[in-house]
Design a protein around this ligand. Structure first.
Ligand code: GTP
Ligand code: MG
Length: 345
């Protein structure tokens, strides 16, 4: 699918407590999207995956209007472990929308609440994915079906269990001043949070989740300017990694503008802001090509949103979670901006 270079791909951050099923949910979406569209449609990025809008449309069974200007959705996985607060805060801050994953059998946990607070602070629109419904005792699996369709085929006891567990989540949200309901009972998605019960293992409920994501993305179309790719690149460092033969590299999510080889960039270290020049930009190769000796493909430039590995001199000491800016013009201004952002989170 040709990517429209003008419109930025919306970023969807997947957040939630450790082990509640964030990565599994993304794996499932990625997996079924590979099956439902021609090979190669999925673009694997560093720390992120772009699922094209056509694949999302097919998976969600949506016949209605889909915002055709959006090339797809860039999904970012975040770690649930409590040690990664800064990274989650950064992820939440750069997301246009989010999926908050809650294990329906475990309910709210500390990092669920932390994620909620981040999303509230950043005013990020989000959906609650109440995962692992297949673990509810007596649940009968209807692979890949919509939640409602599968729910209607369950016996009364199982239905009651799902209702109770959903209401527990509604109750917790209400304590935190969020008004929420099961998605099929939500009339106004601007005012109420939608809870989508689903399973990453069986695919049930995933069509409903994707439909709602399309709805959220559509709302962005009224605010198209926000998604235009313009100006110097801005991003967040997700990881600082030693790579054999490459030295210290940065895994960056670019959320705005463009980034090219030779660009001057600024990032934060423990003690200061370092300014350096991009030596190379690396994209992971598709799975089937990974056996070739080079795991990465070199590209000259990238446009937001994208996940990319950056190599440059003097990256030792850069910290994960640091803001990342391309310098065009005043170097001091950018340096100051980074210092300000570093003290904010
Ligand atoms: P962290 O990245 O460590 O925060 O965890 P995570 O939220 O990414 O969870 P992950 O996807 O790794 O899943 C944790 C465990 O739950 C794994 O053993 C999964 O197989 C299991 N799991 C995830 N989703 C489901 C589901 O829908 N049903 C069932 N039965 N198990 C699930
Ligand atoms: Mg994970």
């Amino acid at each position: 699918m040709a990517e429209n270079p003008k419109i930025r791909t919306p970023i969807v951050c997947v957040m939630g407590h450790v082990d509640h099923g964030k990565t599994s949910l993304l794996d499932r979406i990625r997996g079924s999207s590979v099956v439902s569209s021609e090979a190669g449609a999925i673009t694997q990025h560093i720390g992120a995956t772009i699922v094209p809008i056509e694949a999302i449309r097919t998976m969600s069974g949506s016949m209605g209007k889909v915002p055709i200007n959006i090339p797809g959705l860039l999904f970012i996985d975040t770690p649930g472990h409590h040690a990664f607060t800064t990274l989650r805060a950064r992820g939440g801050a750069l997301a246009d929308m989010a999926i908050l994953v809650v294990d329906i059998n475990q309910g709210f946990q500390p990092q669920t609440i932390e994620a909620l607070q981040i999303l509230r602070n950043c005013k990020t629109p989000f959906v609650i994915a109440a995962t692992k419904i297949d673990r509810i005792h007596g649940w009968r699996v209807n692979e890949n079906e919509s939640f409602i369709s599968s729910f209607n085929k369950q016996n009364e006891r199982v239905k009651g269990d799902v209702e109770n567990k959903t209401y527990e989540i509604v109750g917790k949200l209400s304590e935190l001043d969020f008004s929420a309901d099961r998605f099929d009972r939500v009339a106004d998605f601007q005012r109420n949070l939608a809870i989508v019960p689903l399973s990453a293992h069986t695919g049930e409920g995933i069509p409903d989740l994707l439909l709602i994501m399309i709805g959220l993305a559509q709302r962005y179309m009224s605010d198209e300017l926000k998604l235009l790719v313009e100006g110097p690149g801005a991003g967040t460092v997700l990881e600082v990694k030693e790579e054999r033969g490459l030295g210290t590299t940065l895994d960056v999510i670019l959320y705005d503008g463009t980034l090219a080889v030779g660009d001057e960039i600024a990032v934060a270290t423990q003690v200061d802001v370092v300014v350096t020049k991009v030596r190379s930009l690396l994209k992971p190769r598709p799975m089937q090509e990974i056996l070739t000796e080079d795991r990465f493909e070199r590209v000259k430039s990238v446009a937001a949103a994208a996940g990319i590995k950056v190599t440059a001199p003097n990256l030792e000491g850069v910290i994960a979670g640091s803001p990342f800016f391309v310098i065009r013009g005043n170097r001091d201004e950018v340096t100051e901006k980074i210092k300000r952002e570093m003290t904010e989170i």
